[in-house]
Design a protein. Structure first.
Lengths: 220, 220
DNA sequence: CCTACCGATCGGTAGG
DNA sequence: CCTACCGATCGGTAGG
């Protein structure tokens, strides 16, 4: 299991100092494993230019490798996208599940899910962009695998809404429509966010959590 | 001024019958002008595969032209994207302004803006996808021109919110954050919508308008 | 608006 | 994991 999408943790690990200095266009952490560097460089490039506009040479040089270096670790450019997309979806799903299990009421669960999922979209906005906007470029088989994970995210949110309606804390017209709108607010962060924006992940997460409570009629 | 982004109107115009039958991969209305057919074919292809994955040959054949036919009307692939993106932004802006001027109260204006802008994203989802997700591929000069139009859309929505707060019908914590969330709900339609979805544009528009009222504390 | 074409680039492979 | 390379494709142009 790749730890890559949760770089916040990896960054706090003690750093070996035996690595040669970074040269050229390398954009990824020189202390990470080669596969992790490739995934990081791919996330960077795919988020910035999109899958098709990114060349395997961009990714290779971003990871500090020769043009053919990608093919030592991945069979094709699409397989690299798949590895990145799948691990990104799995991280997001774990995060959502953890946030929901932290809350003891539907209101707390909704707030935790919106805040933490939003924070992830900000902190991992390059991975999030690939997760949300590049999965169409996968092969049909790989796409199907990722779509199953996406449906699971949707269900998790809808289930929180249904529990809140059942216990009377939420009031929504249609839980599927409302879940989609909640996810729209979060997913769209990956579109508009840029590192030049001053607001912190926590602030953006708190804003989206408050908006979510309004949307389910529990905003006061 | 191109009428292209409002095809609903063009389709109701009487059709001349002197046009030769459609052959090959043509995807656009054979009765439209060549420039309009190129813009239609480009919207189709850019929305489906993205700017970089689309070849000028895809667009040319979609419009019923030879591979070099694009360059009779546009200097480059990017100029074609710019023409499409600009006319799409202008249509969207006109639509938003018209919807807002139709309402006499902030509540009516918000409902009209959300419903009609959402309907546009559904009915013109290919143009909307290009408008919302492909503008990064423009040259810096063209990008700046389009960003000005995007800021104007944002201001229109924020102004409705501010008027509703001023007259006491809305209650929002921060009008900029709330305007962004409202636009997220609309823009995200271009991501998730597909023609296989059964709900009509009117239904989706009404749903988003109702969600918007909840978000501004006027949902009951 | 088309045919024919060019230079550049790209994904991927051979063979160390 | 690299050097060297190949076949295919692409954006764009010449010259009708």
């Amino acid at each position: 299991m790749l730890s890559f999408p949760l770089l916040r943790h990896a960054v706090n690990v003690p750093q070996p100092t035996s690595t040669p200095p970074v040269t050229g266009a390398r954009t990824s952490d020189p202390d990470a494993s080669t596969v992790e560097r490739l995934l990081q460089a791919a996330a960077h490039a795919f988020a910035d230019k999109g899958f098709h506009a990114t060349t395997t040479r961009d990714i290779a040089s971003g990871a500090g490798l020769s043009p053919a270096g990608v093919y030592v670790h991945f069979g094709s450019k699409e397989e690299l996208l798949f590895a990145l997309s799948r691990s990104g979806h799995e991280s997001a799903l774990r995060l959502l599940r953890a946030a929901i299990s932290d809350g003891s009421t539907p209101g707390e669960q909704l707030v935790a899910a919106m805040a933490r999922f939003t924070e992830w979209h900000v902190e991992q906005y390059q991975v999030a962009r690939v997760v949300q906007y590049e999965h169409h470029h996968l092969t049909p088989e790989h796409h199907a695998e990722v779509l199953a994970l996406r449906k699971e995210m949707d269900s998790l949110v809808r289930d929180v809404l249904d529990r809140g309606v059942a216990d009377g804390t939420f009031s929504v017209d249609d839980s599927a429509d409302t879940a989609l709108a909640l996810l729209s607010i979060v997913v769209d962060v990956a579109r508009w966010y840029s590192p030049t924006i001053r607001r912190t992940p926590t602030e953006i997460g708190a804003t989206n959590a408050a908006l979510a409570l309004r949307l389910v009629g529990a905003g006061h």
